[in-house]
Design a protein around this ligand. Structure first.
Ligand SMILES: NC(=O)c1ccc[n+]([C@@H]2O[C@H](COP(=O)([O-])OP(=O)(O)OC[C@H]3O[C@@H](n4cnc5c(N)ncnc54)[C@H](O)[C@@H]3O)[C@@H](O)[C@H]2O)c1
Ligand SMILES: [Zn+2]
Ligand SMILES: [Zn+2]
Length: 348
């Protein structure tokens, strides 16, 4: 089969490799019908993720068809259309039982293993460990182009942003960063009845998208950003401030938008320490949450996509075939210049 193989910082090739095969009785093999690229894949290619070594097949998101089933698998059969999520879970360890498979001890101490600790989904076929507890069947009414965004970005925006921030009916919400993850938070904030959703970004195209995705207001980053957002909330500050970029300055912006008693939900992956003004924050009774996505909201999100409440397909702006993998990476890497959000990659 062919797959996208990592060969050290800055080097990847779409090349011939051995077919994915069952190794454990709890595995299945999935033929990849749709995959996509995540910002984390770009980080890996910059050499930021030391655990990813030469020879690793990249990718941690897929929708596909089961082709082979291990002897111990009871929930899936060859021919089933499935969603392969970013997080793999045994379902039994202490973290899985607490609903936190992001830290599944059995699969590797961290639930994100595809394209990280084991071969990933940017390939013609992929081996899926712990299939019974990790895979999700995709309902007929949900297309591959919708389901693919439930593998990572939609659950991330929803779980680490909206749910962790505890958005409640009538709340005002700010989302700093309207990339795929920020937009996923915007798209799912409505499920909890937010009265106002304010998108904040440096990029005009992303702000236009945010309004399409359900934001009520869009604020372009500038010297007056904080004052502008505070003015939109009658001078109070927002109930929930979601950070979806991953820079010190954007977390500081998110923190300065929240009202006393509100929540700051950090989704961004930070590569450097962030200095927070705790001397001002402590007396504000604010909460600050953060974390790696668990993807446990996938069943809920699948139902909302199936019923038309979440138009997940809006996330895909560009389509490519497997043999255009390099082009797909180029467009995604320069997403802003290409008016791109997420790319959809299919065999042909
Ligand atoms: N916690 C998790 O489990 C998890 C999972 C996936 C992704 N992430 C992280 O979430 C973050 C967002 O991911 P993404 O895929 O949407 O990234 P992205 O690059 O597509 O989007 C980031 C957005 O932030 C905007 N931006 C850049 N600088 C800004 C600034 N100074 N102020 C306001 N906006 C600014 C960009 O224009 C862009 O629209 C990343 O840090 C990513 O690593 C976290
Ligand atoms: Zn990802
Ligand atoms: Zn586990």
């Amino acid at each position: 089969m062919k797959a996208l193989v990592y060969h050290g910082p800055g080097r990847k090739t779409w090349e011939e490799v051995p077919d994915a095969a069952i190794q454990e009785p709890t595995d299945v093999v999935v033929r990849v019908d749709t995959t996509t690229i995540c910002g984390t894949d770009l980080h890996i290619l910059q050499g930021d993720v030391a655990a990813v070594t030469d020879g690793r097949i990249l990718g941690h998101e897929a929708v596909g068809t089961v082709t082979e089933v291990g002897d111990a698998v009871t929930g899936f059969r060859a021919g089933d259309r499935v969603l392969v999520p970013a997080i793999t879970k045994c379902g039994r360890c202490a973290y899985c039982q607490r609903g936190m498979p992001s830290h599944c001890q059995t699969v590797g101490g961290i639930g994100w293993i595809f394209g990280h600790l084991i071969d990933g989904t940017q390939a013609e076929t992929v081996r899926v460990p712990y299939a019974d507890t990790s895979l999700y069947g995709v309902p007929d009414s949900v297309t591959n182009e919708q389901a693919i965004f439930l593998a990572d970005s939609l659950p991330t925006g929803y779980e680490v942003g909206v749910l962790a921030g505890q958005v409640r009916p009538g709340d005002t919400v700010a989302v700093v960063g309207a990339g795929a993850v920020g937009l996923s938070a915007i798209l799912t904030t409505g499920l909890w009845g937010a009265s106002k959703v304010i998108a904040i970004d440096t990029n005009k195209f992303r702000l236009e998208k945010a309004l399409e995705f359900g934001a009520t207001d869009a604020v372009e980053v500038g010297p007056g950003t904080v004052a502008e957002v505070i003015a939109l909330t009658d001078g109070l500050g927002v109930d929930v401030s979601i950070e979806a970029v991953g820079y010190p300055e954007t977390l500081l912006t998110a923190a300065s938008l929240v009202r006393p008693g509100g929540s700051i939900a950090n989704i961004g992956v930070h590569g450097t320490p962030v200095e927070l003004p705790m001397q001002d924050m402590w007396i504000q009774n604010v909460r600050l949450t953060m974390g790696l996505v668990d993807t446990v909201s996938i069943p809920t999100l699948l139902k909302m996509v199936a019923s038309g409440r979440i138009p997940a397909e809006k996330m895909g702006t560009h389509s490519f075939t497997f043999d255009q993998m390099d082009e797909a990476y180029d467009v995604f890497k320069h997403a802003a210049a290409n008016s791109a959000l997420k790319v959809v990659i299919t065999p042909s």
